[in-house]
Design a protein around this ligand. Structure first.
Ligand SMILES: *Cc1c(COP(=O)(O)O)cnc(C)c1O
Length: 396
């Protein structure tokens, strides 16, 4: 069965999320089928030869491709407005595959400093071991970007909003500078989701997701994806993943496909509740810093609202009284769980300085605002009144 993807590109995102790229088997099932197989059979030896020669377009091995995984990849590409997508076993597999397949020894990578801990490890520790030079800049400061990109570079990697400090990067301005320097721009769009922000509209070349977060959104499985032009995905990313093996399991792809169907509904509700909670927390004593991009008080509120439809699903704040008071607050929460995941139906809170970002030096923590009282709250889908009450009783 062939699908007319070009006509599906004209569908509204809500229709793409529910029906995009669905391929039905001979059984005409309603929901997407789960093809839980590693290999495929050939009618003849000649067919196998032609398949490996890529003379015919068919599945040959689930490390390279699988019908359920392909439905997820094509559906996400439709939603993102990207030409192509490759899914991977986790968000970090996607980040590494995207950068490692593009860069070579001698190349230069410029990245924003406010990165997820493992992204920072790849940029600052792993890639330099392979002869790639990395320079980190303050992503909020356009002058630092100008200086760093006054020399040729091959890649720019950014996260906006950043995890966990919710720093916003001017994607358009950075893309213009990056392209003048010869760099491909990679955006980790996990915090914004495809519902709230489409960095390609501002010039980004490659979009990366941890599908573990909002795309699954229910704490069930890991997944990741890289989206870009047909030539980038087919000629650069695909050979890399074909031979190095970060494949997404078909079962996880099936979970994630179903996640896409309700992504917008969930993200909208997450945003409603996050805004209510941020507004409520802004009235409380004992909170020394509060970050939510949709509130005027966010230092980059205007830029955030130019790039994103809404403020997002995460509220970050700092309690006075340091680590002890903050741990006491976390331990008193009765509904909100302490967990390092985010984008989940369940509200989850974490203390980045001692968990996700523990490996940063004290100096680097201070530079991106990860003080001992700083927490990241991923607002879930529970009744917001219950969440507000829980926060209030734990704040005391
Ligand atoms: C979680 C996360 C990742 C890593 O994704 P995994 O699926 O956990 O491997 C990468 N970037 C950001 C911004 C994240 O929040």
């Amino acid at each position: 069965m062939t699908i007319d993807y070009e006509s599906q590109r004209n569908w509204e995102p809500q229709t793409q999320a529910v029906r995009g790229a669905t391929v039905r088997s001979q059984f005409d099932e309603t929901s997407e089928a789960l093809f839980l197989n590693s290999g495929y059979v050939y009618k003849t030896a000649e067919e196998a030869e032609a398949a490996f020669n890529q003379d015919i377009d068919r599945f040959v091995y689930s490390r390279f491709g699988n019908p359920t995984v392909a439905m997820f990849e094509k559906r996400l590409a439709l939603l993102e407005g990207a030409e192509e997508c490759r899914a991977m076993g986790s968000g970090m597999a996607a980040v590494f595959a995207a950068l490692a397949s593009h860069l070579s020894a001698g190349d230069r990578l410029v990245a924003s400093r406010a990165l997820f801990g493992s992204c920072q490890y790849i940029c600052e520790e792993l890639l330099p071991r392979y002869g790639i030079t990395t320079e980190l800049v303050d992503g909020k400061n356009i002058e630092e970007w100008k200086t760093a990109l006054s020399k040729p570079a091959q890649a720019v990697f950014i996260e906006s909003p950043s995890n966990p400090g919710l720093e916003i990067i001017d994607v358009q301005a950075v893309c213009d500078l990056a392209h003048n320097a010869g760099a491909t721009v990679f955006v980790d769009n996990v915090f914004a989701t495809p519902v709230l922000q489409r960095p390609m509209d501002f010039g980004a070349d490659v979009i990366i997701y941890s599908a573990t977060k909002h795309i699954d959104g229910q704490g069930r499985c890991l997944g990741g994806a890289v989206l870009g032009t047909k030539s980038f995905i087919e000629d650069t990313v695909t050979p890399f993943i074909r031979h190095t093996g970060p494949a997404l399991s078909p079962f996880n792809a099936w979970v994630l496909l179903k996640g896409l169907e309700t992504l917008e509904l969930r993200v909208d509700r997450h945003c409603d509740s996050a805004k209510t909670i941020a507004t409520h927390l802004s009235t409380k004593n004992g909170i020394t810093r509060l970050l939510y991009p949709e509130l005027d008080s966010h230092p980059q509120h205007e830029l955030a609202m130019q790039q994103m439809k809404r403020g997002g699903t995460v509220v970050a704040f700092e309690l006075d009284g340091g680590k002890e008071r903050t741990f006491d607050f976390l331990n008193k929460l009765e509904i909100i769980d302490i967990s390092n995941n985010l984008g989940d139906a369940k509200s989850l809170i974490c203390h980045p300085a001692t968990t996700t970002h523990q490996r940063l030096s004290d100096e680097d923590k201070a530079r991106v605002g990860l003080t001992p009282g700083f927490v990241r709250l991923s607002v879930g889908l529970e009744a917001v009144d219950d969440l507000v009450r829980d926060l209030d009783q734990a704040l005391g």
